[in-house]
Write a protein that binds this ligand. Sequence first.
Ligand SMILES: [Mn+2]
Length: 381
Amino acid sequence: MSAHPPYRLTRIVRRTFRPGQRVLMISDIHGHDGVFRALLRQADYRPDDALVVVGDLLEKGEESLKVIRTMMRLQESYDVTALLGNMDVYTIHRILSDDPAWYNQLFDQAPRMIRWWGGCLLKEMCDELGLTLTEDTDRLAVLRAVREAFAPELGYMAGLPAILDTPTVTFVHGGVPHLRLSELEGTLSAPYLKNDNFLAQGLSFDKYVAVGHWPTVLYRQRLMDMSPIILRDRHIICLDGGCGVKRSGQLNCVILPDARSEDFRCLWADGLPHVIAAQAQAEGPEPVYIHFHDRQVTVLERGPLFSRVLYHGRETRVPTAALDDETPGQLNTDMTDYRLPVAPGDRLSLIRTCGDELYVRKNNILGWYKGEVTDAAETAE
Ligand SMILES: [Mn+2]
């Protein structure tokens, strides 16, 4: 039995933010460097702000390598702490491990990741080295080349801690069972990084615990709201806006004017095309939200664009393209039929069109809009 590599063990960094220092929290960038940098610009991020990136910098996007390099560059002149997420640990372990059971996953899963997310870290690295991944790629030779060429980037990732602890906020990608952190120190970090459905565990803390990992929309009951969840009574902040996990996701930033403040401000950015609504639309009736983890429906009538379905006894409609043909009655995504309240001039992130209707996000909330739009780029400023 070999010892675990250090990046799989819980390393804790402890620090105090300066009085009056702004604290910016972002999680789950997932290979979306352009969105990340747009969000920092929007936050007016300055060298004396404290930025904490709460894990999952990598994969589910096309720009993982760029994200690593952006972080490395920021670190030179900004106050920034990045933490490991479960996806980061899996990814670097697959690259750095000599165990074929691990590195084979990297190669076996690459085609699916490229199809689904548009790329993966291995492909980005191979592209830069002019290597092509094929069926008969010499995997060990590729690994050796990648480890050598990207030693700084891999070293940066492998050196990140799992937890940042401060007097007022503890940051960790998935969640911790309690704040007796010295008991967790040096143990395998997987339970604190891949800690699914953290809010459902009923925990509360005496200072804030800021986590990512589990998209906040999964906790919502009525509306598909991607904004951060801030529970002041339980002292939990959930940051993950679902960036990269799906097209409708957004990257969230929670900002504190000072670490002792509870005056939270939330910003988001996404990589979607933006349009401006030209017409008003009244809010629709009580919406049906088909949850990702409970997305079985009964199809009542299949139409070319929309299908009528029954979900937990309620009739609703879904885009026919959202019906998964391989698993009858199952959607391939979560979905809402919510008709958003829209005023002329509202800015909408366009997720998809279905006939003359637009599936959009307006201020964190997903829903439908039927009306004229103009391109946001033409009307900006
Ligand atoms: Mn994660």
